[in-house]
Write a protein that binds this ligand. Structure first.
Ligand code: CDP
Length: 225
């Protein structure tokens, strides 16, 4: 069977990972959460007491960092399960600085591309369709209004026991969107051949359904070509 690659990009807290996980399960693809990798690197810098806005100091840490994504959506940093810690507000507040450093991106993109070599994947992030997997079979750019995204992330954090306020979350989402879309290297933007999916008025089930429709339509097109 042909190996499939699906890229889902979009701004912060658009619900990409929730949807991608479910689609992966239904279609039998491997889900790759690239944001978790930038978050794990950020956590390492914070634990080391390194200022995430200090490019040189952060880049120096590349050889010390080993990040693995394991079954069950677990994220390991140098052999330790950090799946929960990487979602904490301090990591969210610093991750976009780390993700703007080209050297760190190159190191993580190499891992991401390797993961996509061996099986069908659905990968979510900011630059998957434009940079990481430019030949992906299906590219989706998932958006929603800032207010909707902030409420979604607030509800998610509260359900996971991560303390926050809606105001803080909205500010974090706006700040990350700005940094992510204004960086020089591989910024957040829709790939020219992506399908725009506005999820502002859709629930998770409806978005999953839409994504599967888009995938099936694209794959049928490829078959006919
Ligand atoms: O889940 P959420 O939308 O909050 O973010 P995430 O996917 O966990 O990504 C966290 C941060 O990592 C983003 O705000 C970006 O700064 C960065 N990122 C990136 O630059 N490129 C990617 N492919 C994925 C994430």
């Amino acid at each position: 069977m042909k190996k499939i690659a699906v890229a889902i990009d979009g701004p912060a807290a658009a619900g990409k990972s929730t949807v991608a996980k479910q689609v992966a399960e239904i279609k039998g693809y491997t889900y790759i959460d690239t944001g978790a990798m930038y978050r794990a690197f950020t956590l390492y810098c914070l634990n080391k007491g390194v200022d995430c806005q200090d490019h040189d100091a952060c880049v120096k840490l590349i050889p010390e960092v080993n990040i693995e994504l394991k079954p069950g959506h677990l994220v390991f940093l140098n052999g330790e399960d950090v799946s929960r810690e990487i979602r904490l507000p301090n990591v969210s507040g610093n991750v976009s600085y780390i993700a703007s450093y080209k050297e760190i991106r190159l190191a993580l993109v190499e891992l991401q591309r390797k993961m996509a070599e061996t099986s069908s994947v659905i990968m979510d992030g900011r630059d998957i369709g434009t940079y990481v997997l430019p030949n992906a079979d299906v590219k989706i750019f998932q958006i929603a209004s800032v207010e909707t995204r902030a409420i979604r992330r607030y509800d998610e954090n509260i359900s996971k026991g991560i303390p926050c306020t809606l105001e803080e979350i909205e500010e974090d989402v706006r700040k990350r969107d700005y940094i992510d879309s204004h960086r020089d290297f591989a910024p957040l933007k829709p790939a020219a051949d992506s399908v725009l999916l506005d999820t502002s008025y859709l629930n998770v089930e409806q978005v999953v359904e839409k994504v599967i429709e888009i995938i099936d339509a694209k794959l049928a097109e490829e078959k006919d070509a």
